[in-house]
Design a protein around this ligand. Structure first.
Ligand SMILES: [Zn+2]
Length: 408
């Protein structure tokens, strides 16, 4: 079983070791060493990256037998079994993981202490990390209280201690046993307790900071419901700082868009929304008035066909809903062939009085088919489109010809 150097010293990033074995799964080669400072994926914390000898390690995992496998990148120079190598853990990534994982301990204890909410699971993600709590929902004030408590422990710079126990009965009674109690524990005979001063003690196999001050800052970012529990996203250390910068930049852009300062941004956004709603109402009213006038004009321009039937043919600027509005205003006692053009596209509404022997849906399809357009409806009302605006006059001409031919 690989000796875990990170158990004793999580700030050890370079070490010497002997290559014990190589494993191959598909195209991937894994290196097993007699000792390692690489953390293998487990307990919500991703595996470390770095180098073993000249080979680049892209992931580290734990085998069921307790061996730590360093998966090397394809094309890497794999060290031979029996040779000595120098292993180097990617320091920046590891420090970040230590900050996030330690912040999880502080937050989990805060929720347990303040509200009796236990941590069901933890996941250290690439952008934010999550804690699932055994509670359905929480007020933001409650989250903030837990965050403040966690940060007060950060500011107190409590030492982080690791103690190994071999018998369950020796474990301290104040242990927080929830959530990731089993994470990273290789065998039942090695029980690793990670504590932050008197604030928190829990079973954990992960890597942590040496004192809580290294976490820098803990910030809860958002929550979501997740299968009966409450999932909260948080960031610590440099991640918290970069999240802060992201929010600052969003706020700054919003202020620029509203040409106002930060103190007035909410009022300005509310004013914009109210103005928008008012303008939409005004547009609806004007459209309705315009539609009525437009329809009067179209009725006036109607062509009289044999048998006293009137025909309205027109191409107008407007979307599908404006066309429908126009048709309703023209009335149902005329044959109406309307094209609406908007943004380079054309749509059509054809309708006729029910008593006429005219199939509007068939007519629409006949006229649009040659141009790849389509539509549907009934014999007395049909609508369609899917062709460019410049084809609209040709389609209308064809439709008019078909109608006059049919009624002759
Ligand atoms: Zn942990």
């Amino acid at each position: 079983m690989t000796e875990r150097l990170y158990y004793e010293d999580p700030s050890l990033f370079a070490f010497e070791a002997e290559v014990m074995d190589l494993v191959t799964v598909g195209n991937s080669v894994g290196v097993i060493l007699n000792r390692t400072a690489f953390y293998p994926e487990g307990g919500g914390q991703p595996g470390d990256r770095g180098t073993v000898g000249k080979a680049k390690v892209h992931d580290t995992t734990l085998s069921p037998e307790g061996e730590i496998i360093h998966w090397v990148e394809a094309g890497s120079q794999v060290p031979d079994i029996g040779t000595s190598i120098v292993g180097k853990v990617n320091e920046i990534r590891r420090r970040d993981h230590c900050q996030q994982h330690s912040a999880q301990h502080l937050l989990s204890q805060a929720f347990a202490r303040l509200f009796g909410w236990e941590t069901v699971s933890f996941h250290l993600g690439s952008a934010t990390s999550t804690i699932d709590l055994d509670v359905a929902e929480a007020e933001w004030d409650e989250l903030l209280r837990a965050e403040n408590l966690a940060n007060s422990v950060v500011f107190n710079n409590e030492p982080c201690q690791t103690t190994i126990y071999h018998r369950k009965e020796d474990l301290p009674i104040s242990l927080r046993l929830a959530g990731n109690a089993d994470d990273g524990l290789p065998v039942a005979t090695t029980l690793r307790v990670v504590s932050f001063g008197d604030y928190d003690a829990t079973l954990c196999g992960g890597t942590h900071v040496s004192a809580s001050g290294e976490i820098g800052l803990v910030k809860i970012l958002s929550t979501e419901k997740s299968r009966g529990s409450l999932r909260l996203h948080f960031a610590a250390g440099e991640r918290a700082a970069s999240q802060f910068e992201r929010y600052r930049s969003v706020l700054s852009e919003l202020c620029k868009l509203h040409t106002t300062g930060r103190a007035d941004i909410i009022d300005a956004a509310e004013r914009t929304l109210v103005d928008n709603r008012r303008m939409h109402r005004e547009i609806r009213r004007l459209r309705s008035e315009l539609g009525a006038l437009h329809a009067d004009h179209l009725k006036h321009e109607a062509i009289a066909l044999p048998g006293g039937v009137r025909l309205v043919v027109a191409s107008v600027e407007g979307d599908a809903s404006y066309l429908q509005h126009l048709v309703s205003k023209v009335g149902d006692d005329a044959i109406v062939l309307l094209a609406g053009t908007e943004g380079g596209n054309a749509h059509f509404v054809f309708c006729c009085p029910q008593e006429l022997d005219l199939d509007c849906a068939g007519l629409l399809r006949t006229c649009l088919d040659p141009y790849g357009g389509g539509g549907g409806g009934s014999s007395c009302r049909a609508q369609g489109g899917g062709i460019s605006a410049e084809k609209a006059p040709t389609v209308l001409r064809r439709a008019e010809e078909e109608v006059t031919k049919g009624l002759r």
